[in-house]
Each structure stands twice: as structure tokens, then as C-alpha cells.
Design a binder for this molecule. Structure first.
Ligand SMILES: NC(=O)C1=CN([C@@H]2O[C@H](COP(=O)(O)OP(=O)(O)OC[C@H]3O[C@@H](n4cnc5c(N)ncnc54)[C@H](OP(=O)(O)O)[C@@H]3O)[C@@H](O)[C@H]2O)[C@@H](O)CC1
Ligand SMILES: Nc1ncnc2c1ncn2[C@@H]1O[C@H](COP(=O)(O)OP(=O)(O)O)[C@@H](O)[C@H]1O
Ligand SMILES: [Mg+2]
Length: 293
């Protein structure tokens, strides 16, 4: 039985005077491919702007120099690639071996689609014991794995927060959710039940994004159509990862993340007087959104 939550939004605790980077999370973002270096960079910037202590962006070697130019504040890690994109065999071993270094993983923005990506995502999704945000092409990779074996991703090693838009959700679940909120809630709740381990939280994005973890859901009331632009979803991935890095539970990080994402978009639209935004406008007003919360 699914029910709308009546819990108040969980917010971040006040920072201790002697806080240090490790207290606020070491986040690994895995994304990017030739021509899509901006996506993981926006995710990394949103993670930092959401308060994470340290952010590393792992991206194919050919894209690494480009991603690194987006900010001196995050580190970058080259991923081995072959002619078809990321080479799964060469990377999964190193990344899994690195699992103790990172508190939170965020995979998918700009990752591209290939057999190597599908295999890399499937192994990381199953094996990494830390909280993981799964977005964009990592969701498309999951859909490819589920098509081959519906149980391929059951009972992952740690909590997973999926952030599909309706197109990505349709690939994952096999059908486009209806437009009505009740249809969308039912579709997401049914999808969450596919993993009885209770480690799944899903944010179905849109005008009124819905967060659901199986028994409960919440509908977001912030945001505006100016946010319907490339990169704003990559920013949401970073916000949720940044909140997970500060020790919020997946449900709280997803629910607060979508709320703050929309508040930042509303502040940007109001302050810029713009009907259409670009994703970096959202990043500009994200700290103010946190302050207002
Ligand atoms: N600067 C960069 O590097 C950027 C890189 N990016 C990266 O690009 C990769 C592909 O991601 P993507 O979302 O752009 O494309 P895709 O997965 O094909 O889905 C889009 C299709 O889904 C459908 N659809 C239906 N309803 C929908 C809805 N409400 N909202 C959205 N879509 C909806 C609709 O299909 P249609 O109905 O047109 O057949 C639509 O054509 C991904 O890795 C991402 O991170 C981007 O983040 C941008 C900035
Ligand atoms: N009309 C709208 N009103 C409010 N938010 C919107 C609207 N359209 C899109 N958004 C938000 O913008 C983001 C778009 O995500 P996504 O499609 O993944 O973008 P990208 O992959 O290009 O970064 C989602 O968080 C969605 O909730
Ligand atoms: Mg997206």
C-alpha cells in the first residue's frame, strides 16, 4: 500500500565549527564521453555547490582534459576507453578497488551508450556498497541489462537513487508513465517493488517530480518550465549526491534535492526575469536555495 508522506522535509544539520572536508562527503561522479563533457561537469559543480567536501569526476581519458577545465574545484580521473567508448573490463576493476575512497557515487550523466558502458554500469550498480545516484545513460544501461535479465539488478550492494525523466523511465519500466500524478505514482511504486530489498528510491522527474521508495511518495511543488533545458537533470544528480555525502538518508536526500533544485530554478527565473534558463543559472542560485531552506 503506497501513501503520500506527511513528514516535514528533512534539512541538513548545522555545520560544526571544526568541520572538515571528510565530514561533508567524498563523491565520485562517473560520466562524460566525446562531445558530452558538460554533463558530468555540471553534476560535479552541483555536488560541490550542495556542500560536498570533495568531488572527483571520472570520465574517458579523451574527455578528461575538457572536463577538468570546467572547475579547479573538482579532481578528475581518466577512464580507459576503446573505439566504442568506455572499456568496461579496464575500469571496473580499478573503480571497485577504489570503493573505499568514496562515500557516494553518481553515475551516468553524458556517459553515452555502448556495451562497455552497459557492463560497467551493471557491475558498479551490483557491487558498490555505498549510496549511488543513477541517472541519464546509466539508466539507459540499466534498461539494456533488465531487457536481457529482469533480475539483473536486484538486491544491489547499497542504496540506489534513480532519477529518470519520463523517457528514461519508459525504457526502464517498459512503458511511459501516464500524465496524471496518480498514474505516475503507481508506475514508480510498481517499479520500486521490483527490488524487494528496499534499497531503491526513484525520482520521476517532470513538472511536478515524484519521489517514491516503495511504501511512500512525495510530489514536488517547486520549479518552472524555464528548467526544461539541457543539463538541469545533471544538476539534480549532483544535488542529491551532495546531500547523500552529508549523510542524509536516500529518501531525504532525493526529496530535499528535488525541492532545492526547483527553488534554485525559481530563484533564477525570478532574479533573471527569464522565461528560459540555462543549467548554470540554476547552479548560480543553488546556494541561495539552500539558505532559504
Ligand atoms: N551538456 C551536456 O553534456 C549534456 C548532456 N546530456 C546527456 O545526454 C544524454 C542523453 O540524455 P537526454 O535526456 O538528452 O536524451 P534521451 O535519454 O534520449 O531522452 C530524451 C528523450 O526522452 C523522451 N522523453 C519523453 N518525455 C520526456 C521528458 N519529460 N523529458 C525528457 N525526455 C523525454 C523524448 O523522446 P521522444 O518522445 O522525443 O521519442 C526525448 O527525446 C544523457 O547522458 C545526458 O546526461 C544532457 O543532460 C544534456 C546536456
Ligand atoms: N516544466 C517543468 N517544470 C519544472 N521542472 C521541469 C520542467 N521541465 C523539466 N523540469 C526539470 O528539469 C530537469 C530535466 O531533467 P533532464 O531531462 O534529465 O535534463 P538533462 O538530462 O538535460 O540534464 C528535471 O529535474 C525536471 O524535473
Ligand atoms: Mg537527464
Amino acid at each position: 500500500m503506497i501513501d503520500v508522506t506527511d513528514e516535514p522535509l528533512t534539512t541538513l544539520p548545522p555545520r560544526q565549527r571544526d568541520g572538515h572536508k571528510g565530514d561533508y562527503g567524498r563523491v565520485l561522479v562517473i560520466g562524460g564521453s566525446r562531445g558530452m563533457g558538460g554533463a558530468p561537469a555540471m553534476t560535479g559543480l552541483a555536488t560541490l555547490r550542495s556542500g560536498a567536501g570533495l568531488v572527483t569526476v571520472a570520465t574517458p581519458a579523451s574527455t578528461q582534459p575538457i572536463v577538468a577545465t570546467f572547475s579547479p574545484c573538482f579532481m578528475t580521473l581518466p577512464l580507459v576507453e576503446d573505439d566504442y567508448g568506455i572499456a568496461d573490463y579496464a575500469n571496473v576493476v580499478d573503480l571497485i578497488a577504489a570503493r573505499e575512497q568514496f562515500d557516494v557515487w553518481a553515475i551516468g550523466p553524458g556517459l553515452g551508450r555502448s556495451d562497455g558502458v552497459t557492463e560497467l554500469v551493471a557491475q558498479l550498480y551490483r557491487e558498490i556498497p555505498r549510496p549511488m545516484v543513477v541517472d541519464a545513460d546509466a539508466l539507459n544501461a540499466m534498461a539494456a541489462s533488465l531487457k536481457r535479465n529482469p533480475q539483473a539488478l536486484a538486491n544491489p550492494a547499497g542504496p540506489r537513487v534513480l532519477t529518470p525523466h519520463p523517457g528514461e523511465f519508459a525504457r526502464l519500466a517498459g512503458a511511459m508513465p501516464g500524465a496524471a500524478t496518480t498514474d505516475r505514482v503507481t508506475a514508480v511504486a510498481n517499479f520500486c517493488e521490483r527490488d524487494p530489498s528496499g534499497k531503491l528510491t526513484v525520482v520521476l522527474k517532470g513538472r511536478h517530480s515524484i519521489v517514491c521508495d516503495g511504501p511512500r511518495f512525495a510530489v514536488n511543488g517547486t520549479g518552472n518550465p524555464g528548467m526544461a533545458t539541457g543539463g538541469t537533470g545533471d544538476c539534480l544528480t549532483g544535488i542529491v549526491a551532495g546531500l547523500l555525502g552529508q549523510r542524509l538518508a536516500p529518501w531525504d536526500a532525493a526529496r530535499l534535492g528535488m525541492h532545492l533544485h526547483g527553488v534554485a530554478g525559481d530563484l533564477a527565473a525570478m532574479k533573471l526575469g527569464e522565461v528560459s534558463l540555462i543549467a548554470s543559472d540554476l547552479l548560480t542560485y543553488l546556494p541561495e536555495a539552500f539558505k532559504a531552506c
